[in-house]
Design a protein around this ligand. Structure first.
Ligand code: FES
Ligand code: FES
Length: 400
């Protein structure tokens, strides 16, 4: 058990909690604050949105102990809040809810939009809402409700302090000391890419790869290609071509021996990350097997990733092969919350399919049907992949 001390809806709370208890369960089951709903439990649907130190965050993928020292606001904490009062009425008047399961998260996000972006147009409202899923309303009523609340709030001149934007899921705690305050991220510094003292390339040989191999989250994938093993194997020798098959990835410099610099751009819900780093490839021609080690830092947040990818090509027929891939990875920093295997596995499934299709196209000399996108929109992929899971959850809810 771990000691936890935080402020919830203005009330100081102390508790002893299991280290792996998530904040949503802590709020619902230990504090009886049941307005925070739990839908997907993967950080995708937004039903569990609360404010952590004033900024919206997913409580289902935040450990309660990670919120130690933080100030949490749940929907219950907005009793008497003028913006939330207007929003509640607007949701009721505009058919902004049906079963109401998504509504607490929608209201939290809607309030954030109204306070942070008072002039947001419909397009921007829809963009800002894209991290909150509703199974019932079709969003038209929700968007209308927010627009009508926006007009009412602006007309009445109701102003509220916008949420702090210097967020990690948790990590925007009010500074505890004057020194911390001086070091706090400002709006300007938060918008600037984070620079690090040493690039991953400089540190590459010092990386503890054994830890990645031992403790990394493992994903295994296999896919078939209708080309003979020799041809696939030759293609895999060209890391630049291989990277072009992967959405969001590319090499940024030529191979130097076994190494190259590269980048992977990923959009995950509201988080956009651009990992830049180094790849190191090794091949065993006798076994038709190879490994690629990669390490990189996100230029937009203090997150870093290390991964070991092992692959092998097996013949399955005279003119067909199977590629078996195993990836072990470790994420640190704000993005580590997405290491939860369900979400990552769904994204990996989609990536593997896209990679296999692009590989087939390139091997056959056809233009790649869908050129790998500049940025891998993992959230869109995950939403599609998780939609059936979320639908199942809502079906269960309705059917009791
Ligand atoms: S329950 Fe947390 S995002 Fe869906
Ligand atoms: S009202 Fe949104 S999920 Fe039912």
């Amino acid at each position: 058990m771990k000691a936890l001390s935080l402020v919830i809806n203005g009330r100081p709370v102390k508790a002893e909690v299991p280290p792996r208890l998530n904040l949503a369960d802590f709020l619902r089951e230990h504090q009886a604050l049941t307005a925070t709903h739990v839908g997907c439990e993967h950080g995708v649907c937004g039903a569990c949105t609360v404010l952590i130190d004033g900024a919206p965050a997913r409580s289902c993928i935040t450990f309660a102990v990670a919120a130690n020292g933080a100030e949490i606001t749940t929907l219950e904490g907005f009793e008497g809040d003028p913006v939330m009062d207007v929003l509640r009425e607007a949701f009721a008047d505009n058919h902004g809810l049906q079963c109401g399961f998504c509504t607490p998260g929608m209201l939290m996000t809607a309030r954030d939009i109204l306070t942070r972006l008072p002039d947001a147009d419909e397009k921007r409202i829809r963009l800002e809402l894209s991290g909150n899923l509703c199974r019932c309303t079709g969003y038209v009523g929700i968007v209308k409700a927010i627009q009508s609340a926006q007009a009412a709030v602006n007309k009445a001149g109701i102003t509220q302090k916008p949420a702090s934007r210097a967020i990690g899921p948790v990590g925007s705690h009010p500074p505890a000391t004057a020194q911390d305050y001086a070091r706090r991220p400002t709006a300007e510094s938060a918008a600037r890419p984070v620079t690090t003292a040493a690039s991953p390339a400089e540190n590459f040989d010092a990386i503890d790869w054994q830890t990645v191999a031992r403790d990394g989250v493992e994903l295994r994938q296999s896919f078939s290609v209708s080309f003979p093993r020799d041809q696939v194997w030759r293609f895999f020798a060209d890391l630049d071509q291989v990277a072009r098959c992967m959405p969001g990835a590319r090499l940024t410099g030529p191979m130097q021996g076994n190494r190259a610099e590269g980048e992977v751009n990923v959009k995950l819900g509201p988080i956009v990350s651009a990992f830049r780093g180094t790849l190191d490839a090794a091949r065993d021609d006798g076994r038709f097997a190879g490994t690629v080690r990669g390490a990189g830092r996100d230029s937009k947040s203090p997150s870093s990733a290390r991964a070991i990818l092992a692959y092998a090509v097996q013949p399955t027929a005279a003119a067909a092969s199977q590629v078996d891939v195993s990836v072990k990875f470790l994420l640190t920093g704000a993005l580590a919350q997405f290491s939860r295997s369900g979400l990552v596995r769904d994204v990996a499934d989609h990536l593997t399919r896209a990679f296999a299709q692009n590989l087939e196209a390139r091997l056959s000399g056809r233009p790649v049907a869908a050129e790998p996108v500049e940025t891998l929109d993992a959230a869109a992929m995950a939403r599609t992949a998780l939609w059936s899971r979320v639908s199942r959850f809502f079906r269960k809810l309705w059917n009791g």
